[in-house]
Design a protein around this ligand. Structure first.
Ligand code: 3PG
Ligand code: MG
Length: 407
């Protein structure tokens, strides 16, 4: 992969794909609740601008719905507030185009001066961006390509998506990988190449179906896998325990059972919760009690790890030399149910070796819970992307940037 330093950018229009997909307030105020991904995107933006590039940023926000640009744009979310936050953080004005590849984008791109920075509207407002049809994506990428002369891929969180702005566009322009993508890949490579042991993985988040493939590959890599959060209930159910109204992917139980048997054969220790906070319903102020997993009430919903589980998870992290963590182990957005995630974050923070926090939700949890970011070696901006990397998959956005030169 070529680096930004290998490109002559002075006076050139550079299409920069960033991942600015920040979480927005769930109650609909549109407020940005964690701007970590914007901050992580700043270095390459500043570098390009400092070198006299005309920086045109392409990014997505959320998963807009609609059969046309107009329909999707009407439903939102717009990238405009993100562009505004970017301007505040950069400390310089940032332009904004109200479309992606239409008249506003053209005017914006062709009137930029050297060092100027502009953001195009949410690239997913164009249905072609995410089309499964190569020709449709390709045609859209051609429209985007006219706006720039060079391409820089720095949206690590989206490199696992075979989307026009991630995969097809870099094929059409001289390109390089941004600093964020290079740093992220370097850390993941460290995790997968001869990691110091014990290598402990913590997996949480909602669905085992999203993570079974990565667990399969992690059985080759990790010594111990701690499983909590929403996906943990399916593992508990697979062991025959009642889980009440907790998140459950019943159809995944056979696959989970196979996975548990395989872990046992390979000598990889799987660690599951031993007690839980069982609430009457899903709400920040719901009544709850601490229950052992062996005695979960059928009318309750699991919301967080219990105190014994927190101590167990911390103990299973204490001797780790390498840690990868993806996914909260409770509903950390509600303070009453954030202690499990906090305990895991703090236990990882005490580990002296290489510690990597993978992804959107866990990275946001760390910041929202006020855990010092420097207690980890690396906080990745990519959840799905880092998991798919660990799965051993070839990620489209990295394939497109790869031109045979050493990364
Ligand atoms: C993310 O938030 O995981 C990345 O920005 C990719 O977004 P997506 O999961 O909607 O493709
Ligand atoms: Mg995602």
């Amino acid at each position: 992969m070529r680096a930004v330093d290998d490109l002559e950018v002075l006076g050139r229009r550079v299409l920069l794909r960033s991942d600015l997909n920040v979480p927005l307030d769930l109650t609909g105020t549109g407020e940005i609740t964690d701007d970590g991904r914007i901050r992580a995107s700043l270095p390459v933006i500043s570098k390009l601008s400092d070198r006299g590039a005309r920086v045109i940023i392409l990014a997505h926000l959320g998963r807009p719905k609609g059969a046309s640009f107009e329909e999707a744009a009407a439903g939102g979310p717009s990238l405009r507030p993100v562009a505004e936050r970017l301007g505040e953080l950069l400390g310089r004005p940032v332009g904004f185009a109200t479309d992606v590849a239409g008249p506003s984008a053209e005017k914006t791109a062709f009137t930029l001066g050297d060092e100027d920075v502009a953001v195009l509207e949410n690239v997913r407002f164009e249905p072609a961006e995410t089309s499964k049809d190569d020709a449709v994506r390709g045609a859209f990428a051609q429209r985007l390509a006219r706006l720039g002369e060079l391409y820089v891929g720095d949206g690590f969180g989206a490199v696992h998506r075979k989307h026009a702005s991630v995969y097809d566009l870099p094929m059409l322009l001289p390109h390089a990988a941004g600093d964020l993508v290079r740093d992220e890949v370097a850390v993941l490579r460290q995790l997968t190449t001869d990691p110091a042991r014990p290598f402990v993985v913590v997996l949480g988040g909602k669905k085992p179906s999203d993570k079974l493939a990565v667990i399969g590959n992690l059985l080759n890599l990790a010594d111990r896998i701690i499983i909590g959060g929403g996906m943990g209930y399916t593992f508990l159910a697979a062991q025959g325990y009642e889980v009440g109204h907790s998140l459950l992917e019943a159809d995944q139980i056979p696959a989970v059972k196979d996975m548990m048997a395989e872990a046992e054969r390979r000598g990889v220790e799987l660690v599951l919760p031993v007690d839980l906070l069982a609430a009457t319903h899903f709400a920040p102020d719901a009544e709850y009690s601490v229950v052992p997993v062996t005695d979960f009430p059928a009318d309750r919903e699991g919301m967080d790890a219990g105190p014994q589980t927190r101590a167990l998870f911390a103990a299973k992290l204490a001797d780790a030399k390498t840690v990868f963590w993806n996914g909260p182990v409770g509903v950390f957005e509600f303070p009453a149910f954030s202690e499990g995630t906090r305990a895991v974050a703090e236990a990882i923070g005490r580990v002296a070796g290489l510690t990597v926090v993978g992804g959107g939700d866990s990275a946001a949890a760390v910041r929202i819970l006020g855990i010092p970011e420097d207690s980890f070696t690396h906080i990745s901006t990519g959840g799905g992307a880092s998991l798919e990397y660990l799965e051993g998959r070839r990620l489209p956005g990295l394939v497109a940037l790869d031109d045979g030169t050493a990364a």
